[in-house]
Design a protein around this ligand. Structure first.
Ligand code: GAL
Length: 342
């Protein structure tokens, strides 16, 4: 995030982050369109990329179409009650649409009730509500991706590597692996792990699970957890599947401080294709990753929000079941990594 902020400042742009106080917020102008957005944690690398892309969308809409659009951005710092309060603030500030990256995807009730009472549509994104909650009002939308697809792609990328490289170092006909998982209960964690492993097996590769750890999408946590796994399994681990790039990078951090020689490191594969993730694929420390389309999701959130705010038809936005926009994942390898530019 620090890097993102520096980049935006260098471009003459400042991403405004609001707390919960009304004082800092300039009064809404008559012709102004205000989009409120709250994220579960602005230090999450993938989420910070979506924020950066959204900010760019707003700037180009201002520059190209002369539209008076403002983004009011809040960080919930992983507290659902803070996020609930932030939505109340956005309503008070006259936001025309509210975008929510839920802290607890099973607890959207207060937010939905508040927005419905004020008749302000909500675009949820990245942390998916259960269907029942989505059906509670007709002005609720979701922008994200299909977790199972990323798991399948991760599995296929792994099989390509296993078939072409010397992964099975101990020649026992099985791949000894560990998994680093995102937050328990997040739709992208369990589903990615399951689909990755199932796809590898479907494609005829035998697997031997040595262990797993939950590291909540976080690089430092992944590094700590991986240090423990290395202590338990030494140089036996041949492959590490991480539910996202930050955790994959944490795994590599742990090997960098271990005494295991480079040629005995496992192959490490992530998901997201964030800037640091792509750099690691390019440089070779990460074997591959799966692109989680931050740019596409930001564009979808922005275009949907604009239409909702101005009351225009939602036709042509690719909504499924009138509520969902899901962006496809793509495989990233060393061969095509350069085509994924910001
Ligand atoms: C996932 C993403 C993770 C993390 C998480 C937050 O889709 O792959 O890196 O950002 O969302 O909800």
């Amino acid at each position: 995030m620090k890097k993102t902020l520096l980049m935006l400042m260098a471009a003459g742009v400042l991403l405004t982050l609001y707390g919960c106080s009304a004082e800092a917020v300039p009064e809404k102008q008559d012709n102004e369109m205000k989009i409120g957005i709250t994220v579960y944690d602005r230090y999450d690398t993938f989420i910070s990329e979506i924020l950066k892309d959204l900010n760019e969308d707003v700037l180009s809409a201002r520059a190209e179409a002369g539209q008076e659009i403002t983004l009011e951005i809040y960080n919930s710092s992983q507290s659902q009650s803070t996020q609930d309060d932030q939505v109340e603030e956005m309503i008070k500030h006259g936001c025309d649409v509210i975008c929510v990256n839920l802290v607890d995807r099973t607890a959207p009730s207060n937010i939905i009730d508040a927005a419905r009472n004020a008749d302000i549509p909500i675009v949820f994104f990245n942390r998916e509500l259960v269907d029942e909650d989505m059906l509670r009002w007709n002005k609720l939308y979701y922008v994200g991706a299909d977790a199972f697809e990323s798991g399948i792609m991760q599995g296929e990328l792994a099989v390509d590597i296993i078939k072409n490289e010397n992964v099975d170092r101990n020649n026992d006909g099985e791949i000894q692996y560990v998994i680093l998982e995102g937050e328990a209960g997040h739709q992208d964690a369990i589903v990615r792990s399951e689909n990755c492993v199932n796809r590898i097996r479907e494609l005829g590769v035998k697997l031997d699970k040595l262990g797993y750890a939950i590291a909540n999408w976080n690089r430092a946590q992944a590094s700590n957890q991986m240090e423990k796994l290395i202590k338990n399994h030494g140089d036996k681990i041949e492959f590490v599947f991480a539910n996202n790039d930050d955790m994959a990078l944490g795994v590599i951090d742990a090997y960098n401080v271990s005494d295991i020689p480079r040629y005995k490191w496992p192959y490490v594969i992530g998901i997201d294709g964030t800037e640091p993730g792509r750099a690691a694929v390019k440089e070779g420390s990460m074997a591959a990753t799966v692109y989680n389309d931050a740019r596409g999701q930001a564009d979808a959130i922005f275009n949907l929000s604009k239409r909702l705010a101005s009351g225009e038809s939602l036709e042509g936005l690719g909504l499924q079941g009138d509520k969902y926009i899901r962006l496809p994942y793509r495989k990233i390898t060393k061969q095509n990594v350069d085509s994924f530019k910001d």
